[in-house]
Design a protein around this ligand. Structure first.
Ligand code: ATP
Length: 229
């Protein structure tokens, strides 16, 4: 079964078309990438997934729980890491706000739990944003720009955690990325969005070798370790 199903999605802003007839799905425990340049419509798709924009046509269906890691991470800088995590569990009731499980899967956060989130590095903040989303016990995590502004080592660390969450818990991920190399290395399948339309989609390994992708998004040949299975 698909956890996310987007069919014929069209979104317009004051007459300008941001998405046109987009078909996309994420299967259970699948890692899927959506690649696109600035202005392609990626954030609009994220907003449509969480119901923040109303489609002019088409449909978004989510089976199970979807949680988002928003672009820019959106920490409460004056609150502690632990309080930021708790905010991710607000829907779960009192017992659902226990953060111990998050420190088990993201152990680096345990030592930072009392730090004000605003004092953390970008990579640490991104980890808090992932932890906060995990507090909602999602079946699918939608990550808007995992790597934006982060050092390569921080990105590699986050990717390692996502691979483990996928392998251990069957977490599905929709990764929205400008960094096509990263997206195609991590994910099983990918979609390429250009000017509001899906222009290519398929197996990530195959897309990494597609000349249209390498020319436009990878700046030459890409060698991948292969996606997580
Ligand atoms: P980026 O990577 O730069 O964030 P994006 O792929 O996320 O870009 P969107 O933000 O979804 O792209 O924007 C898609 C198109 O819709 C762009 O042409 C943008 O200018 C336009 N757009 C986005 N939000 C609005 C809005 N509120 N009103 C009018 N036009 C908008």
């Amino acid at each position: 079964m698909n956890v996310v199903e987007v069919t014929g999605l069209t979104v317009r802003y004051a007459g300008a078309t941001a998405l046109e007839g987009v078909d996309l799905h994420v299967g259970e425990a699948e890692l899927v990438a959506l690649i696109g340049a600035n202005g392609a419509g990626k954030s609009t798709l994220v907003k449509a997934l969480s119901g923040l924009v109303r489609p002019a046509a088409g449909r978004v269906t989510v089976h199970g729980r979807l949680a988002q890691v928003p672009e820019g991470r959106e920490m409460f800088g004056d609150l502690s890491v632990d309080d930021n995590l708790r905010l991710g569990g607000w829907r779960n009731g009192r017992h659902g706000r226990d953060t111990a499980g998050i420190y088990r899967v993201l152990p680096e956060l345990a030592g930072l739990r009392r730090r004000r989130a605003g004092t953390l590095s970008g990579g640490e903040q991104q980890m808090v944003a992932i932890g906060r989303a995990l507090m909602a016990r999602p079946d699918v995590l939608v990550i808007d720009e995992l790597s934006l502004g982060l050092a390569p080592l921080a990105v590699a660390n986050l990717v390692g955690h996502l691979r483990a969450l996928h392998a251990d818990r069957g977490l599905a991920v929709l990764l929205i990325e400008q960094n096509a190399r990263l997206a195609l290395e991590l994910c099983h399948r990918a979609y390429v969005l250009e000017a509001g339309r899906i222009v290519l989609h398929g197996d990530a390994g195959r897309l990494a070798g597609d000349t249209r992708v390498t020319a436009a998004y990878l700046g030459g040949h890409v060698s991948t370790e292969g996606p997580a299975r």
